[in-house]
Design a protein around this ligand. Sequence first.
Ligand SMILES: Cc1cc2nc3c(=O)[nH]c(=O)nc-3n(C[C@H](O)[C@H](O)[C@H](O)COP(=O)(O)OP(=O)(O)OC[C@H]3O[C@@H](n4cnc5c(N)ncnc54)[C@H](O)[C@@H]3O)c2cc1C
Length: 305
Amino acid sequence: MDPPQQPAATRPGTGQRVLSSAYGGEARDASLLFTLYYIACFGNETTPGTLERGIGQDGGAQDARFHGGSQLISLRMADQLDGRVVLNAPVRRIDQDSTGVLVHSDAGVWSGKRVVVAIPPQLAVKIAWNPGLPVEHETLFQRLPMGTLMKVEAVYPRPFWRDAGLSGMAINLAGPVRSMFDNTPPGDEAPGVLMGFIGGHAWRRYRDPATRRAAALKNFATTVGSRALTPVEYFEQDWTRQPWTLGGPTSVAAPGVVSDFGAAIRDPFDRVHWAGTETSTYWNGYMDGAVRSGERAALEVRQRL
Ligand SMILES: Cc1cc2nc3c(=O)[nH]c(=O)nc-3n(C[C@H](O)[C@H](O)[C@H](O)COP(=O)(O)OP(=O)(O)OC[C@H]3O[C@@H](n4cnc5c(N)ncnc54)[C@H](O)[C@@H]3O)c2cc1C
């Protein structure tokens, strides 16, 4: 049985359904300024950001996907770094003084002239800082929680919905899956895969796994037909349960946060430079923004060295 519905007056509308996957929250979780900024970030140096680019396919956020998964970016970059990437090394403490920086992790201590910190803001405040973080950074990072978001995937022998000319893509006005996509891998023998986002209020409401599964499959069936109710496999990934991420897809700013604290987001803290998608001025919250932020932080460090 579905959990009880919210009263109609507080039930999310279509726009909020989009936001629930776009930042794992409801309109009420973010300020209007942050939401407009987020939409403006769907642009680049030559093209203004629009909501259409944020949710659209051609030239938009849903334009392309990685064959093999997006972790390929990290894996291929790591290959080029000849074993210099250290895994399983959570950073616990960062000391700095006028001579350099010491980074203490579970796998050892590293020293350098400068350091780039590229982790979600709420994880940055968990590091023990010596000297302590400037109050501008501390207060800002504490106020940038990750959204609440999970992904569900249902696997079928083949993408049967394509036979009927259906894309498998939908924005749903009821049920836990707010937006869904055909996530079938390439190739003739591939199984069919439907993927759905459960974010924001729906994530908070559907906490019972069996109820959530049944309701998610019902969302899929409403879009592509009743065969969706009987997948051969069903997976869930709840990003809020990942201790080194804490949610997704990005950090969200409530009213007053951008206007009162936001200015410090890219200011270096002496020898410490900030990267990560939250610091990007384009595609903030997306992989594109993460890469842009890395390039900007690398330039900052180079200028100071
Ligand atoms: C369900 C979901 C779907 C998404 N879909 C898309 C999409 O379709 N397109 C898109 O562009 N983006 C998407 N995103 C967003 C995208 O994943 C992020 O924008 C991107 O990963 C941000 O990159 P980042 O490098 O800033 O941070 P992260 O990817 O979070 O990387 C930070 C890294 O730092 C590590 N770390 C954290 N704390 C410490 C510590 N103390 N010491 C050492 N290491 C630490 C973490 O383990 C992690 O590896 C999605 C996100 C989610 C959750």
